[in-house]
Design a protein around this ligand. Sequence first.
Ligand SMILES: C[S@@+](CC[C@H](N)C(=O)[O-])C[C@H]1O[C@@H](n2cnc3c(N)ncnc32)[C@H](O)[C@@H]1O
Length: 291
Amino acid sequence: MRQQRGSSVDGASSEVSDGARRSAGDRDRFAQRLFTSLPSRYDSLGKLLSLGQDRRWRSAMVDHIVPARPRIMLDVACGPAGVTLELADRTDARIVGLDLTEPMLRQGVANVHRAGRDDRIGLVLGRGQQLPFPDATFDALTFTYLLRYVDDPQQTLGELARVVAPGGVAASLEFFVPPDRFWRFWWWGYTRLVLPIGGWLTGGRGWFTVGRFLGPNISGHYRRYPLPWLIAAWKLAGFEHVGVRLMSLGGGLVMWGTRREDDGAPSSGAEQPSPTSGPTSGATTDATGDR
Ligand SMILES: C[S@@+](CC[C@H](N)C(=O)[O-])C[C@H]1O[C@@H](n2cnc3c(N)ncnc32)[C@H](O)[C@@H]1O
């Protein structure tokens, strides 16, 4: 397998390049350990454990990219390339998928090859916090389930914004905590009991570990970075027209925004938005729950 330094986006081929191995910190190592045993059955078990919702959520995120008709785009935390392949199906863009965990990317290489998309998709080993690309390289960007795995989400958002050209679009997908108390009760039971046990029964130890980790991790993440904080963080990073949509009664969160034209220097993370800024502080909200 060809190894390259990770900064080139030319010659989109489904090979893993070496952009990250040396600088992985503790959080990165944790994520790598967590995801290393998952790749081969990631998509099928992910679907099962999300009660079939994940595909719908991905699709809702990609809906925000398609109208922009990107020519070249980046999919961060691409894992085995499920989102990357949907982007290839629904746009004409050349797509770079980037992920921290080599086994996930290797599964991505196989999936891209099987789908016959090697001509338009290239996969790169790298960190979302430190992208191996020049400023404004891409005219669209997606990232999925990333911010819970980084030390400084504001810094990471700034880094993601840096590589998007002014006027380019970004969209993300994450789990969320249902805001409604009734549904949060059931979500809590599902994430604390069904996920670990179902993970164990269907995928063995690796999936048990992920199943046990996910619920508390999601709750803790949003205690620290509630939705108003996130919306403000996107804006501080250099995005405007920031919108949010809660999915499946609040179990999923799709966000999107447009890279501002007016400044070329997104926040490096030195500033932090206030967690108390109002949830709608200028954001488009589409938070009516399940659809
Ligand atoms: C839940 S998987 C999502 C995979 C894929 N996007 C999907 O939706 O099917 C999360 C991915 O994030 C990757 N990841 C975690 N921390 C990362 C980081 N700092 N930079 C890049 N990728 C990271 C993991 O290796 C893993 O493949």
